[in-house]
Design a protein around this ligand. Structure first.
Ligand SMILES: [Zn+2]
Length: 318
């Protein structure tokens, strides 16, 4: 019998339930929606979570499509799912947990006696650490971003190769291979010896069908590649960036981009223009380095110094 919160499944069974992680301000209990898919045959365990950032719904869309397609009778091993991690932020469609104004993905591995986010991180990490593989489904918040997968353990980590392989198996085409900030699940997982990736499924307000489709495909690729499901996966070469150049606006006004997401950028290429309300050009910003146009703001209006876009740099393939 495998238990996750109130969900319990014997081999060959599926169950959903709630994982209690504390109480709301009115004293009612906070239970994250969870699922256990216990395969008919013994094997490894995969942990998957979504909405660690409360406005990142594509991962929830992926779980909503993946879970009904999983038949425990055909599964080897166990899949543990937390469908919505950042409970409080999800309720109000915000990125950060409003109870402590914290980004959940800076709170791992968490603290069961800590802040609201640390407690949720601790409760979910307790589940994640039982797994052999961790998928932490994110997206570039509500900005515009390519579909990519992040390897956050750092290139000197003992699990770096395994995390890169997992990112390749997920296979969305782009990988950011850069050590992440403290508190990310994609760092805490590898520190426990568990290969972990942070798929970043585009960026949108609400749901993006194409990003969700790629995420669903990525989860099934991983399940087949690691033997949870029958079937063969051909690993495809991934375009990897090892860093970012971030561009801010030199002037206030309205931004128009000269590059599409995923397009190659060479030094000196125009990346974006800033015009005034009457269409007069105020600034033209060119690329410092070569790379891939990776992410941009969604709204055109900017103040001087405000973030505009990112170019993935130091690009190769693997
Ligand atoms: Zn996120």
């Amino acid at each position: 019998m495998t238990t996750l919160g109130t969900a319990s499944a014997a081999p060959g069974e599926f169950d959903t339930g709630r994982l209690e992680v504390g109480e709301t301000r009115d004293g009612s209990s906070v239970g994250l929606p969870v699922a256990v898919i216990n395969g008919a045959r013994d094997g490894q365990t995969l942990y998957m979570q979504a909405a660690s950032d409360g406005d990142e719904l594509n991962g929830v869309g992926v779980i909503q499509q993946v879970v009904p397609q999983l038949d425990p009778a055909e599964l080897t091993g166990t899949i543990l799912v937390v469908g919505i991690v950042n409970y409080h932020a999800f309720q109000i469609a915000q990125h950060r947990n409003p109870i402590d104004d914290t980004k959940m993905n800076r709170a791992y591995p968490g603290d069961e006696n800590g802040t609201s986010s640390e407690r949720i991180a601790a409760a979910t990490f307790d589940v994640a650490r039982q797994a052999d593989i961790i998928l932490d489904l994110h997206q570039g918040s509500t900005s515009r971003m390519i579909n990519e997968t992040r390897v956050r353990c750092g290139r000197r980590h003992r699990l770096h190769r395994e995390c890169l392989e997992l990112a390749k198996a997920f296979g969305v085409g782009y990988v950011l291979d850069q050590k992440g900030p403290d508190g990310q699940l994609a760092r805490a997982g590898p520190d426990e010896g568990i290969p972990t990736i942070d798929p970043e499924l585009g960026g949108c307000v609400g749901w993006d069908d194409e990003s969700i489709r790629l995420g669903v495909e990525g989860v099934f690729n991983v399940l087949r590649y690691y033997g949870f499901l029958n079937g063969h996966v051909d690993l495809e070469r991934q375009t990897r960036a090892k860093g970012f150049d971030q561009y801010g606006s030199p002037a206030g006004g309205l931004v128009s981009f000269e590059k599409e997401l995923g397009e190659r950028v060479s030094p000196g290429d125009t990346v974006f223009d800033v015009t005034d309300v009457f269409g007069k050009l105020k600034a033209r910003v060119t690329a410092d380095n070569s790379g891939v146009f990776w992410r941009s703001r969604r709204l055109p209006q900017v103040a001087s110094g405000e973030y505009v876009c990112s170019v993935g740099t130091n690009v190769d393939t693997y």
